[in-house]
Design a protein around this ligand. Sequence first.
Ligand code: AMP
Ligand code: MG
Ligand code: MG
Length: 314
Amino acid sequence: MAASSTSPLIIRLVSASVAIANRAGSIIRKIMKDGSLNIVQKGGEGIFDPQTEADRRAQHCIVASLMTRFPGITVIGEEELEKEKIEDRQIEMGDSQEVLGVQCPPQYQDIDLKDVVVWVDPVDGTTEYTQGYLDHVTVLIGVAVKGVAVGGVIHQPYFNYKTSPVEEQGRTMWGILGLGGFGFEHKESSKRVITTTRSHLTEDVQKTIDAMKPDEILRVGGAGHKVILLLEGRASAYVFASLGCKKWDTCAPEAILHAVGGKLTDCHNNSYVYHKDVEHRNTGGVVAAYSNHDFYIQRVPTSIRDKLPTQVSE
Ligand code: AMP
Ligand code: MG
Ligand code: MG
């Protein structure tokens, strides 16, 4: 029997998700290279929320690959798509040997498929993808078990894209609670750098950041990309005191951040939950940090925090 079929479910899921996210990254690069983005607006009147051919094709590949390999699994993807016949060659059957080689944390040895929900953002940072900020783009696959973000994969398809040939572009980070995070190196910085949205800035978001007296503000696209900055120590906190970010944006990044001892919560310091019936919007906003999360929470102005509905976990 192949090693992959004898490993615990969480290991098989994260291992498959690494290979599937890499495949989605190739799809995203190819569609950009061919210039066939076919953008549609899904935000309604006056709201800029684009969906491209890359969002659609990458999600089809990710969802079909997970459903083929883990029959009966619950997968929630960002895009609302018609069911489509997928050819066998479009199913990613690969694995990450690195993930398959780890020791599964004992508390996740025997998880049940019915307790798993996989949250998929096929292209996080679509706005930036359409505007040429390509390194802001990530593919996010988060594995929740009984509502907790336990495993996460962040693939950054355009990492090194300005300096490397296409076959060397992209990188993938992954993590599992109780095991750790992999695919990046953390460097501590003494500066207080806050990262936040590039394309969804509001007055309240800005006021909240100002109250934290940062040395520097990094406005970049994507929840995945901002958590990469935390994981690498290039930013100290990710702050977004506003609605708009969704469960598929935070599940994978949260799992990796928590796996290395960081914290991602809403602006009330409450954790998000990721079971299948949960509200998709992260109504309480986002405060995330590799360390000193309490400092940032305490500085969210009460008047702004009180406008953001918290989600009490069941
Ligand atoms: P950003 O930090 O603006 O790049 O947003 C992180 C994630 O949340 C992306 O997937 C965005 O599409 C989503 N998001 C944040 N704010 C909004 C909003 N006001 N409307 C739609 N999506 C949003
Ligand atoms: Mg997103
Ligand atoms: Mg997306």
